[in-house]
Design a protein around this ligand. Structure first.
Ligand code: HH2
Length: 278
């Protein structure tokens, strides 16, 4: 069963496992194999439906990693996890070579923050793999994307980009019902761009492709606090803001949320679903 089929029954929680020294919110914490494995297993116990494994940070200013290093970080973990659990595994990478090795090790979803545009072979690799793909919007590139994000109409531009990338994926041979879309919260966006996009979840989710919302611990939550005269929170302390965004998005049709704090998100979703009668 694909994730998309499962999501038709109710919103899914994707748990983040960053095997990186420099991710913005949890960099360095799960870098060793044993630590990463224990963390991933805990996320499943906490209620994750799917695990998203990443070996390269996309935060502004992060250091690029070599292909070999990225493969060495993620593949042993994916192999071990796919022997230990039935939970689907997603590989968060820009590189088709990493995605291919991850698929061989047991991953079934390619989460690509470049929407399969980073290399000329990305579309073809995704199509050949037969796996599900997550296509995310980003303005610019991770190193500089937050320097001066600018849009005439952020919702229309993100929407048309995502539909254009979905069309390109389909033309390359990716199945239509294997495609997720993601507005890319924080990727080349100001606080107001992020809020406008989150409010537009219903519009972005209205094109027949399931939508992923991924706001976990992101900096705009602290920017909002700052704008309101409050002390901006550290990344670890943004769980309340994360949950607020994700429940708002789920109420407007998002089918999956990507989070670091799975236990809190699962509890919030359980209570919200009971109240909504879902
Ligand atoms: N955000 C991050 C990484 N991967 N994938 C999708 N589809 N959507 C996102 O918004 C998204 C993503 C950034 O968060 P994190 O993994 O915690 O940090 P880092 O990239 O620094 O490892």
């Amino acid at each position: 069963m694909t994730l998309i089929t499962r999501a038709a029954k109710g919103p899914l929680i994707m748990g983040v496992v960053n095997v990186t020294p420099d991710s913005f919110s949890d960099g360095g914490r799960y870098i060793g194999f044993e630590n990463a494995l224990a963390h991933a297993r805990q996320l499943i116990v906490d209620g994750a439906d799917v695990l998203d494994i990443g070996g390269e940070s996309t935060r502004p200013g992060a250091h690029p990693v070599t292909l070999e290093e990225e493969i060495n970080r993620v593949v042993p973990l994916i192999s071990a996890l796919s022997n230990l659990t039935d939970a689907p595994i997603s590989i968060d990478t820009l590189k088709p070579e990493v995605a291919e090795e991850a698929f061989k090790a047991g991953a079934s979803i390619w989460n690509d923050v470049s929407a399969l545009s980073y290399t000329p072979h990305s579309l073809e690799t995704a199509a050949r793999s037969g796996r599900e793909v997550i296509l995310m919007h980003m303005q610019g590139e991770p190193r500089t994307m937050q320097s001066n994000p600018w849009y005439e109409d952020v919702v229309a531009e993100v929407e048309s980009y995502l539909l254009e990338r979905a069309g390109a994926a389909i033309r390359a041979g990716v199945k239509r019902d294997h495609i997720w879309l993601d507005p890319g919260i924080g990727f080349g966006k100001t606080l107001d761009h992020n809020l406008t996009l989150i409010r537009a979840t219903d519009r972005l989710a209205s094109h027949g492709f399931p939508l992923l919302m991924a706001a976990s611990r992101k900096r705009f939550i602290a920017a909002l606090e700052e704008r309101e005269g409050a002390e901006p929170s550290a990344a670890d302390d943004r769980v309340g803001g994360t949950i607020a965004v994700h429940l708002h998005a789920i109420a407007k049709g998002a089918k999956m949320v990507r989070v670091h704090d799975v236990l809190a998100m699962r509890q919030a979703l359980r209570v919200w679903s009971a109240l909504e009668g879902a």
